[in-house]
Each structure stands twice: as structure tokens, then as C-alpha cells.
Design a protein around this ligand. Structure first.
Ligand code: F6P
Length: 749
């Protein structure tokens, strides 16, 4: 702003100086012209006076020849171009050869001799500026008086072109000088503004970052500037990075350490084939998103220690510093017995809440003993939070449907805590939600939060409707907030995303190598078209529907038989639950049936890889594929879709995406389909396989640009910024209430 203002000022300065130059050059021209004319006048009189005696003598003798010679002599002065001698009777006595015809003695005499009506008055000199076709002239008529008797007059014609030349030179000189001055003044203004702006903005930046001791007198303005700065960043975008997230945390929340509560741990320790301990990265969208945030912010991640070698790697507090080799935060593991895991995780969370929230036609199962385990384990995690925090107003991020009761449990012990709950799965409409026998407890538990986040606005609306329907509360629809028992909870959409760039692809081979390598490993010809699907084995992911779409493609487009293969990476999940075991079997059967149907010369259209794959392996498949099909029947976001896009730095490959994912609202350049509609889905696969490269580039580039901007740092940053605003308001309210209480106490004393 300041620089812009300086530029405007510099331009105004230049314009002002130009105007000044124009006015000055006019003044200078007029003054120099006056000087020149006076000079010419004096010179004319001096010339005539100097030659007076000679003029008298020739005049008296009426020797016109000699008089003419004398006049020619006078015109030797380079500025006198012609001369004439006029008698008192107005006759021309002599004139030089080039005397202009325009001027006769008779016409000039009127200006020199006295007017006929005033015979007593004397002859006087006359001077006038005039012009000839060749340029300006100055005519002087000087009377020749002998003993006050007029003999006549001498006319001298001066050349004024030298005067015009000098005027032009003076004007150019002036313009040049003023021009240089204007440029110097403008440059000095800009440099001064830039230097002072840089110094000022550096200082401001340091103040905003808290790198210098704040001066109390700046506090009010600093707060305003910070707010404005944040608002500008929020509205104008700008890329979010781990550094920016760290700064947000530091600026808004005084660098508080964050405590995350999530069932799934980011690192699982297991025993490798040789018995040595190995680290695994679980197949979990939640981990994919949150792990980079924790790396950026540091703090504590409290999770179920589910790995077979987990206990061997922690200290006596259940702590281990992670990520391995680049430790930046603490993983606190919570231990569960088999029964507890069965009741809380498999039972209530995954047989009750999971199918309740997903429209995937699986009937939720609610058992009161599962509910009891759910309550018990929620309490255990809430207790762990209270052990891990280092203040009575910590920032706690509660993740997902495993911990609906934790927010209230934390609030009961730490009323000043800021609890942000993020629900990673959809929220059903209030009627569907109403079938849960413990619906009120779940809603009340969640309303212990300061903020509840969902991926989409429609999930927010469903949640608010459920509260409205089942609880005594006040809904503030204007601000998307719920007020219950005097406590306010914001309900906001925060669509989750990935770190950007995704660090897993840093060390991966180029796309061409991944294409060739994966095809060779799968025993496919180098030119085979490859489709890929990557999922936890879950019935909500629509993997069966995906296989059926591949079958429909090959039915309708026989030209792809032998030329197109779909590889499905399926990480085993929740295998204790019947529904998941059934899914496993059904998928194998479906793949076998379709493979049998199209099998020919070793060709099988579906390759089902039912095993955990570490992220680098998964990203190799993304890079090798021509098409990725995400066919979820219902999904909060689905980060596989975003991972595929993130993996394709070659801007090739096509994403076919279910309309029932949160991602479909953001990645609109994907081919969006209804996975239940096999005709539509198979047609989209065919379109993907024949999509021209320029179109692939265009779509992929648009999606990559979107994810780069709307990355997971932004997701976390927005929630933390909202949390900071709540904390600020609560601090102010608290201070006001304190002051009122003190006033009342004083009044009663
Ligand atoms: O998809 C919702 C989700 O909660 C993810 O956030 C997470 O990746 C997954 O489900 C949980 O899976 P799991 O039961 O294996 O932890």
C-alpha cells in the first residue's frame, strides 16, 4: 500500500514539475524576449547615433550613392539585415538591396513624425516586431535630428531569428533541467519509501511473529494488524505450509502444544520376518492427514497401541518419540484388553456408529455391553488427555467417531480447555441418527467441544438438526452454533486434505519407471492399460461395485479384453467383524468370477492384492496407473482420490470418482459417477481410457492446483484460528465476569 502511495506521489511529483516547467518556460520566454527587444532597440539607437555625423554629411549633400554605401556599412552588423534612409518629405533617399518592400518610408513615417493635429510635438523613434516569410524581424525607425530639425529618419530591419533560436535553446535547456530534476526527485521519493517500508514491514513482521519484545504502546494496533493480516490470508488464500501452521499456532495460541486423541496410531510397531521390530504406517485417511500436522506443530498424539511390538518400544509412560529418525512429537499409547477392543472398537464404534453414519445398507448393531466399553475407553482416553496437558486450558483435537464422549469428559475436568472435535465420517440425517439408543449421550458428549468439524456443510446441517430434534438447546443458525447449558459449540465444515507436496513421492522413481516396473511385476505387457483402486477393505468403499463396473466395461467394450487390467490394493481391516469377513470372501468370489469370464491366454482383468502396502508402494501404483477409480458408496472425504492426484506430477492419468464422497465436491475435474449405476461407471472408465492427453493434463492440473492450495495445513490452520478466536472471546468474557463479581463484592461490603 505504502509503495503504491509512493508511486502515486512520485508520479504526481513528475506531473507537477512538468506543469511548473511549462509555466516557467513561458515566463522565461517572455522575459528573454523583452530583454532581446530592449537590447535590439538600444543597439539600433547606438548604431544610428554612431553614424550620425556621416549620415548628416551625406544627407545634406543628398549623395544617395554614398548614403547607400553607408547603410550597407551599417548592415555589416550581423543582426541588422537591411536599412533605409527616409527624407523628411517621406521620400526614400537610399536603401540597402534587401530592404523589405513591405515597409515604405511613407508607412513608417506615420509612427515617427508628429501627428498633423499636434504640430508642436517632436519626432520620435519607433520600434516594432513584425514577421517576414523567412522569420521574425524587428523594425526600428530612428529620427535624424539636426539642431532639433528633423532631416528624416533611418529605418533598420533587425533579424530576430537569432532571438527565436536562443528562445528555443533556453526552452530545451529548461525542460531538460526540470526533467532531470523531476526524475531525481521521483527516484529519491521511491527509494526513501521503499527503504522505510521495508524497515517498517520487517519490524511489523517480527512483531507479528513475536520475535521481538512487544512494546506495550503498540499492543492495541498490533492486535488489529494481526487480525487483519489473518483475515487477508484467509480470504486471499496464499499457500499454507508447515511453517505457516507453526506460526499460526504460535501467534494465536502462544505456541501451546497440541494434544490429539485418535484411535489409530500413526506408527505401528510389529515384528518382521526375522523377528526384528519394524515400523508400519497404517492404511488410514485420518493418519494420512493428521500426521503431517503433528510433525508441523509437535505435541502429543494419544492412540490405541495396537501393534504387536508396540509395548516393546515405549517408556513406562507409554511414550515414544516419533517419526522414527526425525522425532518431533510424542506418541502416547493406550493399552486395551481384547475384550475392551472388541466392545469399544469393533463393537460400538464399528458395528454401531460406522454403519449408522454411512448410507451403505449395513444394519447397525447396538449392544449395551459394547456401549459400556465405549464409555469406559472414552473415559480412559480423556484421563490420558488430562495427564498429558501442561496447562488448565489446553488445545485438544479429538478425532472421529471413536471418541464422541471424550469432549464432555475433558470439559468436566478442564472447563477452560479448547476442544476441537473432527468427525471424519459422514453424519446421517436426524431420522437415521435417531435409531441409536444412546443418541442423546453421544450428542451431549460431542457438545463438550468448542468446535465440531465435518467435511461438508450438509453433515454440519444434519448434526445441527439432530441436536435440534433430540436435545434441549438453542440453535444459532446464523453462526452455525449450538448453545447448550450456557456453553456454545461452533459447528463448521473443514474439508480435510493432504500435506502438499506429499513427502512419499520425494524418493519415488519417475512415472515412466513406475509404469514399466509395476507392469513387469504384475506380469503385464508394457502397453496394458492399468486401472487402480486403493482401499481399506470396507463395505462402504464400493469395491464390489467397482469390480462390477470393470465387468460391464469389458462386456460393452470387448476391445479392452486383454488390454485393460484393474489392480485393487485392499488393506485388511476390522477382520473380527462378520460383515468385513463376508466382504472379503465376496470380493474374492467376484474377482474370480469376472476373471474366469474373461480369462484368455493368461489374461485376467482383476488383480486383487489383499495385503497391507506401505505408502511408497501405494504411490508407485498411483503413478503407474492410467485411471484410478474411487467408488465409495458413502464417504466423508476420501483421501485416496487426493493421493492419486498428488502422485501425478506428470499431470497424466484420470480420476473416476464417486459422487458420494466429500472429495467429489472439491475435485470437480474428475469424472464423477454414481457407483451404483454400472452403465454410467463403465462408460466413465471407457472415457478415461480414451481421454486425450491434453484433456488429462488440463483436468489433472486443475485438481493439483486445488489440493496444493487447500492442503491439510490450511485445514488445521483454519480450525486453530477459529479456536483462537473462541479463546480470545472467552478470555474477555471471563475478565468481564471477574470484574462484575469484584464490583458486586465491593458493593456488598
Ligand atoms: O474413513 C474414516 C476413517 O475413520 C478414517 O478416518 C480412518 O482412516 C478409518 O476410517 C479408520 O479405520 P480404522 O478402523 O482402521 O482405524
Amino acid at each position: 500500500m505504502k509503495i503504491k502511495r509512493s508511486i502515486r506521489f512520485a508520479l504526481a511529483l513528475v506531473a507537477g514539475l512538468a506543469l511548473l516547467t511549462w509555466i516557467a518556460s513561458g515566463l522565461v520566454q517572455r522575459t528573454t524576449r523583452d530583454w532581446f527587444e530592449r537590447d535590439v532597440r538600444l543597439r539600433a539607437e547606438a548604431v544610428v547615433n554612431g553614424a550620425q555625423q556621416a549620415l548628416f554629411s551625406h544627407w545634406r549633400k543628398a549623395e544617395s550613392q554614398d548614403l547607400r554605401k553607408l547603410l550597407v556599412e551599417l548592415t555589416r552588423d550581423e543582426r541588422i539585415m537591411a536599412a533605409a534612409a527616409c527624407g523628411a518629405n517621406l521620400s526614400a533617399l537610399a536603401f540597402t538591396p534587401n530592404f523589405p518592400r513591405e515597409f515604405s518610408c511613407r508607412t513608417i513615417a506615420d509612427h515617427v513624425r508628429p501627428a498633423p493635429d499636434s504640430p508642436g510635438s517632436a519626432w520620435s523613434a519607433w520600434h516594432s516586431v513584425s514577421s517576414l516569410p523567412g522569420g521574425g524581424i524587428y523594425v526600428s525607425a530612428i529620427p535624424l535630428l539636426e539642431n532639433e530639425r528633423a532631416l528624416g529618419f533611418v529605418v533598420l530591419v533587425h533579424d530576430l531569428s537569432f532571438m527565436e533560436r536562443r528562445e528555443t535553446e533556453t526552452r530545451y535547456f529548461l525542460l531538460f533541467t526540470f526533467g532531470i530534476l523531476a526524475l531525481i526527485a521521483a527516484a529519491i521519493t521511491l527509494i526513501a519509501a521503499r527503504l522505510s517500508w521495508r524497515g517498517w514491514s520487517n519490524e511489523l513482521r517480527r512483531l507479528l511473529r513475536g520475535e521481538v519484545n512487544e512494546r506495550p504502546e503498540f499492543n492495541p494496533i498490533l492486535r488489529d494488524v494481526r487480525e487483519l493480516y489473518d483475515r487477508i490470508l484467509e480470504h486471499e488464500g496464499g499457500s499454507w505450509t508447515p511453517e505457516r501452521l507453526r506460526h499460526t499456532l504460535k501467534r494465536h495460541l502462544q505456541g501451546e502444544r497440541i494434544v490429539i486423541v485418535a484411535n489409530r496410531e500413526p506408527y505401528i510397531h510389529a515384528h518382521g520376518a526375522d523377528g526384528a521390530i519394524v515400523v508400519q504406517h497404517p492404511a488410514s485417511g485420518l493418519v494420512t492427514a493428521l500426521e503431517p500436522v503433528m510433525r508441523a506443530c509437535s505435541g502429543v498424539w494419544i492412540a490405541h497401541g495396537s501393534g504387536p511390538a508396540d509395548r516393546e518400544t515405549v517408556d513406562k509412560h507409554g511414550h515414544i518419540r516419533v517419526p522414527p529418525g526425525d522425532e518431533s512429537y510424542i506418541l502416547r499409547r493406550i493399552w486395551l484388553t481384547k475384550e475392551e477392543e472388541r466392545g469399544y472398537y469393533y463393537g460400538f464404534a464399528n458395528e454401531g456408529l460406522w454403519p449408522l453414519c454411512h448410507l451403505a445398507h449395513a444394519r447397525p448393531i447396538f449392544r449395551s455391553e459394547d456401549w459400556e466399553y465405549y464409555r469406559k475407553i472414552n473415559q480412559r482416553f480423556a484421563d490420558a488427555v488430562c495427564e498429558e496437558v501442561d496447562s488448565d486450558d489446553p488445545i485438544v483435537l479429538v478425532q472421529d467417531y471413536h471418541f464422541a464422549l471424550v469432549p464432555r469428559l475433558i470439559r468436566e475436568r478442564m472447563p477452560r480447555a479448547t476442544v476441537i472435535t473432527f468427525w471424519h465420517i459422514p453424519w446421517p440425517n436426524s431420522e437415521n441418527f435417531g435409531i441409536c439408543p444412546w443418541r442423546n449421550e453421544i450428542l451431549e458428549g460431542m457438545l463438550g467441544s468448542s468446535i465440531i468439524g465435518f467435511h461438508t456443510q450438509s453433515h454440519c446441517n444434519n448434526f445441527i438438526d439432530a441436536v435440534d430434534r433430540y436435545l434441549e438447546s438453542r440453535i444459532d443458525r446464523e453462526h452455525n452454533a449450538i448453545v447448550q447449558q450456557g456453553r456454545r459449540t461452533l459447528v463448521r465444515p473443514y474439508p480435510i486434505s493432504l500435506e502438499w507436496p506429499v513427502h512419499w513421492i520425494k524418493d519415488l522413481p519417475p512415472v515412466a519407471d513406475c509404469r514399466a516396473g509395476i507392469r513387469a511385476e504384475l506380469g503385464l505387457a508394457p502397453d496394458v492399460l492399468l486401472g487402480v483402486g486403493v482401499d481399506r477393505l470396507d463395505y462402504t468403499k464400493g469395491v464390489e461395485e467397482r469390480f462390477l463396473a470393470v465387468e460391464r466395461l469389458l462386456d460393452r467394450h470387448p476391445e479392452y479384453r486383454g488390454r485393460f487390467t484393474f489392480v485393487q490394493i485392499a488393506a485388511p481391516s476390522r477382520v473380527e467383524i462378520d460383515r468385513y469377513r463376508d466382504l472379503n470372501e465376496n470380493l474374492v468370489k467376484a474377482a474370480d468370477r469376472i476373471n474366469d469370464k474373461f480369462r484368455k491366454d493368461g489374461y485376467r482383468p482383476i488383480i486383487l492384492l489383499r495385503a497391507h502396502h506401505e505408502p511408497p508402494a501405494v504411490f508407485r501404483y498411483y503413478r503407474a496407473a492410467d485411471v484410478c477409480y474411487v467408488s465409495s458408496l458413502h464417504d466423508g472425504m476420501n483421501l485416496v482420490a487426493k493421493e492419486f492426484v498428488a502422485a501425478r506430477d506428470d499431470e497424466r492419468g484420470v480420476l473416476v470418482l464417486s459422487q458420494f464422497t466429500g472429495a467429489a465436491r472439491e475435485l470437480t475435474e474428475a469424472l464423477v459417477v454414481n457407483p451404483y449405476d454400472l452403465d454410467q461407471a463403465s462408460a466413465a472408465l471407457a472415457t478415461a481410457l480414451t481421454m486425450p492427453l491434453p484433456e488429462q493434463h488440463e483436468r489433472m492440473r486443475a485438481m493439483r492446483t486445488f489440493i496444493a492450495e487447500f492442503n491439510v495445513y490450511r485445514w488445521a490452520g483454519r480450525m486453530l484460528a477459529d479456536a483462537a478466536r473462541i479463546r480470545e472471546r472467552e478470555r474477555l468474557t471471563g475478565r468481564l465476569e471477574g470484574e462484575h463479581a469484584a464490583d458486586r463484592a465491593r458493593a456488598t461490603r
